[in-house]
Design a protein around this ligand. Sequence first.
Ligand code: FEO
Length: 397
Amino acid sequence: MKPVEIAEGIYDVGVNDWNIEDFHGYSTPYGSSYNAFLILDEKIALIDTVKKGFEAELFSKISQIVDPGKIDILISNHSEMDHSGGLPEVMRAIGEETPIFCSKMGAKNLSGHFTQPWNYHAVANGEKLNLGRRTLKFIETRMLHWPDSMFTYVQPDNILFSSDAFGQHYAGNEKFDDVIGGAIMPHAKKYFANILMHFSPQVLKLLDNVPKMGLAPRMICPDHGVLWRRDIGKIIDAYARWSRQEIRAKAIVVYDSMWHSTEMMADAIASGLDDVGVEVRPMSLRKWHRSDVMTEVLDAGAILVGSPTLNNGLFPTVADMLTYMRGLRPQKKIAAAFGSYGWSGEAVKHINQAFEDMKLEIVDPGLRIKYVPDEASMTACFDFGRKIGERILQELK
Ligand code: FEO
């Protein structure tokens, strides 16, 4: 594969990971990419590396431009292993004494991951580094999405190397947003929902600070997926909307079922929501991956979770879903639980506890149906759906 010159003297030398299906619990049916960037100037800089196992392709691309041994500076915007796993081989190739510019936390993280006594240069927020014709500015972006995360801004090119932010888990031949078009937005949304939702306040603060820091990027280059160059306002606006967690007249009904009773409840509840004009997504956990559920959660006004009671607890897939959801902390949504049971029926209580942990507003104590729902129970489910739907519509007024 060839490197891509993204601006004069600046190349994407990263790699596509066509075959990855699961990125620490996030389903990646379209693969991913580990973008890395080479800047040719009086000093030559490499921004980020690749996941372990992809070093040969990285070197092959760098070698088509310059001898890797001529790289003067390595910049690590983020120490997570998908961007730093290749560091040991990279450092061997470019020289173990090569300075690694990273945040203070980045130096701590990298020296925790790797035992080699590399030449770390911890940079302060706003610190600059001159390469010759270009200047790099380092911007601390703590908790976007790790404590070490930072951006690198290149002037006068006005390119923002944004690490994970604005990324997408997408491997493709299209390198830029204007080549793939709007089809990239669902991937960007899924990425935000599953990686950055928890850090929405930090994203809002960053978006507010970008102009104050005197940054006016004309291109945003994340470490995953396509690079934004045609209309960067589109992805920035989407990030503003997603990080405000703006809701729509939409509900997700996520559930699993042992013997179809909770499934029957979910269907009737979905019909009730639909009846009042709310867009509804019934999502059986037998079909939907937890990360696809979270993508739908992002702009939903209500989360309804259903589980049968199994051994006094939750059905395992529902417990998994709630654990994952709790970590991502969706906000500004109403919530309600439901489920069928045989004798004790604790599932609804456990779901409500998870909602409380997430600080979601529980708008109903929950609907429990014993054994198989009869006609009256199905009507109760339908009415339950209607009631939640009406609450969403009220919230939007
Ligand atoms: Fe793409 Fe947080 O690593």
